[in-house]
Design a protein around this ligand. Structure first.
Ligand code: NA7
Length: 541
């Protein structure tokens, strides 16, 4: 393999490719480009590799994908050289894994860490991007590749008085590197999405008092996390290639699919028994390995939702607290379904209090804590588990301007427009790994990332073989893709619910269902067909 050393200079340099981000996507992208012999620069705002797992160090942070699929599959050596300890790996173990990959492939020297991309503009005459960073560098590049993740732009709500709080304040997605000590402290958590649901049980174990501020009650499925036994390690080493191959073609990039039966094709007794058996196993399979009409038929969905609600009522001893925790009014899994370890049982602890913000909304943050319409909750530590400007946020904040100086954020002011979630008109040679309009967040991210990186590398190879200077979607292909993504989403229950999939968590964000919901396997096949058909729908010049 020929590896081109990166050129680190403060002058205006020109390279073949610039990659932004050192998470799962950026690491694999840099590796592939180096093997292809391209010169490149890579920028990462964190001080090391890790992406999501560099930033989300909150207690209990964990992957919701099984460890054996939450990893790279492109290299046998990497697969065989690493052993996961748990079914669902925690943040620290995943970060160690990404460090292992970076070491094995010698990726760190390719990155400028602690460097934020502040802008990029396109010169159509030269078919080159000029990328600018906060360290004052300007780099010209033919290919601009974003590997910035879908959930990396943290969202802190605009609550009056937020700067007045005198205690410590953290966002789960920008957690400090030092351990936060909760012992003897009065802690407040705002938000009960995945981050809140993962962290609340752990914080409750050491805090003197924990107040959870809940705006929308959430469904959650037990993770069923456990150690991986020695025998299972051997089995995984033997079977991992087949398991990973299977992931490529299923609908959510995991090695299972919805069953070939609907919820009403079986008797109520059989259905309940199946739900119970799958619940005991834990994990997403309970929902996404279940009846095939759960996400398209409201009545079918209600059978699963009612099962999950009954579990909350069984676990939570105080009926009033159980009532507040029980989600009503939206179909299960139309908000991103969390997996939990002892989440609902945590509310049986004496030191945990639930505040239902639908009954008593937050009015302001004061020096001592949070004031709702009912009372002031005094706190030493306030945690925002309030999520992210998902999918588009990490991209639009890069300050990228395409042909004619059009800003990406302006182009997408009515919602993201892409072809395949990979490219967008007026931004030639810009590739987005897991961009909006691709399956991305609807399944196992490493599966989605590897498919995108491989497709982009094949595309760049094709361009270079053809002597072509630029690739860009055709307008009609982009428009039809947007319509197709929308139409597929409208055939499901997802658009009924306020979720970050729709941008509904960000005030003023257009309500557009952003990921492609047609399935990972279908999408992969389509991307391959488009490439084989001379990059149908793209203009190559
Ligand atoms: P999520 O899933 O977006 O959850 C954010 C939570 O914060 C959710 O419960 C929100 O309630 C709540 N929230 C947001 N703004 C407010 C305000 N202003 N007041 C009260 N509560 C608020 O983010 P996570 O970090 O938990 O998870 C993100 C993804 O990371 C996750 O899905 C996985 O893919 C990994 P709401 O439901 O909007 O009423």
């Amino acid at each position: 393999m020929t590896v081109q050393p990166p050129t680190h200079s403060n002058k205006l340099s020109t390279v073949d490719a610039v990659v932004i981000g050192a998470g799962f996507a950026g690491l694999y992208m840099v590796h592939r480009l180096r093997v292809m012999g391209l010169s490149l620069r890579a920028f990462e705002r964190g001080s090391d590799v890790g992406g999501t797992w560099y930033w989300n160090r909150y207690p209990g942070a964990s992957s919701d994908s099984e460890s054996w699929v939450y990893s790279y599959s492109f290299s046998d050596e990497l697969l065989q050289g690493w052993e996961w300890s748990r079914r669902f790996p925690g943040q620290a173990e995943i970060l160690r894994y990404l460090g292992y990959v970076a070491d094995r492939l010698d990726l760190r020297p390719a990155f400028d860490f602690g460097t934020t991309v502040t802008g990029a503009s396109y010169d159509p005459e030269q078919a080159l991007w000029t990328v600018e960073t906060d360290t004052g560098e300007r780099v010209r590049t033919a290919y601009l590749i974003t590997a910035v993740g879908c959930l990396s732009s943290t969202q802190v709500p605009d609550i009056p008085g937020i700067d007045r709080f005198e205690g410590d304040c953290f966002h789960t997605g920008a957690w400090p590197h030092e351990e936060v000590d909760f012992s003897g402290k009065r802690v407040g958590v705002i938000g009960t999405g995945s981050s809140g649901i993962q962290s609340i049980p752990i914080i409750a174990e050491s805090a003197a008092h924990l107040t959870v501020f809940q705006r929308t009650s959430q469904f959650s499925v037990p993770a069923g996390n456990r150690d991986i036994s020695a025998q299972e390690q051997l089995d995984l080493k033997r079977d991992i290639k087949q398991i990973r191959e299977k992931c490529k073609w299923t609908s959510i990039g995991h090695p299972y699919e919805f069953r070939n039966v609907g919820a009403f094709d079986v008797s109520p007794q059989e259905r309940l028994a199946q739900y119970e058996a799958d619940w005991q196993k834990g994990g997403f399979e309970w929902m996404f390995g279940s009846y095939n009409d759960l996400m398209v038929n409201e009545t079918a969905n209600a059978t699963a939702a009612e099962f999950a609600r009954a579990k909350i009522r069984d676990i939570v001893r105080d009926p009033e607290v159980a009532r507040k925790l029980t989600p009503e009014g939206y179909p299960i899994a139309t908000k991103r379904l969390p997996l939990d370890t002892n989440y609902f049982a945590t509310y049986n602890r004496d030191n945990v209090e639930l505040v239902d913000l639908r009954e008593s909304p937050i009015e302001e943050i004061v020096a001592q804590g949070v004031r709702t319409s009912a009372q002031t909750h005094e706190l030493d530590i306030l945690i925002f588990a309030t999520g992210f400007d998902a999918m588009t946020g990490p991209l639009t904040k890069l300050g990228i301007r395409g042909r004619g100086g059009v800003a990406l954020g302006d182009k997408w002011s009515a919602g993201p427009q892409t072809y395949l979630g990979l490219c967008t008109v007026d931004f030639p040679n810009m590739f987005m790994i897991t961009g909006p309009g691709s399956p991305s967040v609807l399944g196992n991210m490493p599966t989605a990332i590897e498919q995108h990186v491989d497709w982009i590398c094949d595309c760049i190879t094709h361009l270079r073989e053809q002597g072509a200077s630029a690739i860009e979607p055709q307008q009609d292909a982009e428009t039809s893709w947007g319509e197709h993504v929308n139409e597929l989403a409208n055939g499901t229950l997802f658009p009924q619910t306020n979720s970050w999939y729709l941008g509904a968590n960000i005030p003023g964000k257009p309500r557009v269902f952003m990921p492609y919901i047609g399935g990972f396997g279908t999408y992969r096949k389509l991307c391959d067909e488009i490439a084989a058909d001379q990059y149908r729908g793209f203009r190559i010049g």
